[in-house]
Write a protein that binds this ligand. Structure first.
Ligand code: HPA
Length: 274
């Protein structure tokens, strides 16, 4: 059987992707993953994980809120399947008038405003050798996070968008809030002042944990609303409705991006921890 080097993590609104899939649940020292589907997409074998699905269950529904997702189990489960590169979808609110609901943005920077999540694999509960194998020499690990989203994977996504004539915002700063509530207008004003473009609840610690396991990670942000204070109110129904409308272009972009990831793809993210 050919290896699985690419995973797609589906956020709000994206719970199924593969037409024919073999499904499994992966056990890790941090707990069980939700159902992971494995099948062909973009001419490659990929793993698909819906991040809001319940761990250990073969049913996939939006059941786990962003602050309660077991990000460590999810990312380690993908690592154990052999995954080297992760494409994630993240619903988010826009802080810029010109970035409209329904638009897609490929973030290049990240600000962490979460409060209470498990941010690292390297807290002594599992040894680095168990996590990333023989090459692991250090016990105290500080990853470089100058580029929180893999630059080469981002370039692949942006080229993929151009090739299918899909307009995307090619960079932007994502702030991750703790949730599950949406933000106040005062928080959004503050985030705007410090240079944020979009706000969501799921990129942290997902992007961090992927890098800690030497995996490439990039995000496709789907703007589902203007951030708090920029429109009357924000509702989950609206977020869902806009995502559903954007679904076809998100699928097309994911498929073309997967097609363009070279077989045997490696980049510097794979040397993050040694
Ligand atoms: N804030 C935080 N997370 C979100 C939003 C938002 O406005 N929209 C979709 N996810």
């Amino acid at each position: 059987m050919s290896e699985i080097r690419i995973a797609i993590i589906g956020g709000s609104g994206l719970y199924e992707l593969l037409e024919e899939a073999e499904s499994r649940i992966v056990e890790t020292p941090f707990g069980k993953s939700p159902r992971i589907d494995i099948g062909v997409f973009g001419e490659k074998r990929v793993a698909f994980l819906a991040r809001h699905a319940k761990p250990g269950s073969m049913e996939v529904k939006h059941e786990v809120p962003p602050h309660m997702i077991n990000y460590r189990a999810n990312i380690l489960a993908l690592k154990r399947l052999g995954v080297k590169a992760i494409l994630a979808t993240n619903a988010c609110g826009s802080l810029k008038r010109e970035y409209k609901p329904g638009d897609i943005l490929i973030p290049d920077q990240l600000i962490d405003m979460t409060k209470n999540r498990d941010y690292t694999f390297y807290d002594g509960s599992v040894t680095p050798k168990e996590l990333i194998g023989e090459g692991a020499n250090s016990t105290v690990i500080h990853i470089d996070f100058t580029h929180p989203y893999c630059p080469s994977l981002r370039a692949i996504i942006i080229d993929a968008a151009k090739s299918i004539n899909l307009k995307v915002h090619e960079k932007g700063c994502y702030v991750c809030t703790e949730g599950p509530r949406f933000e106040t207008p005062a928080e959004i004003k503050f985030f705007s002042l410090i240079g944020v473009d979009v706000v969501g609840m799921t990129s942290v610690p997902e992007a961090i944990l992927a890098r800690e396991l030497n995996m490439c990670y990039a995000s496709i942000c789907i703007i589902t609303n203007y951030a708090a204070g920029m429109q009357e109110r924000i509702s989950q129904e609206e977020v869902r409705g806009i995502f559903n409308k954007a679904r076809d272009k998100v699928y097309a972009l994911l498929e073309e991006a997967v097609r363009r990831i070279p077989r045997g793809y490696v980049c510097r993210c794979h040397e993050a921890v040694q």
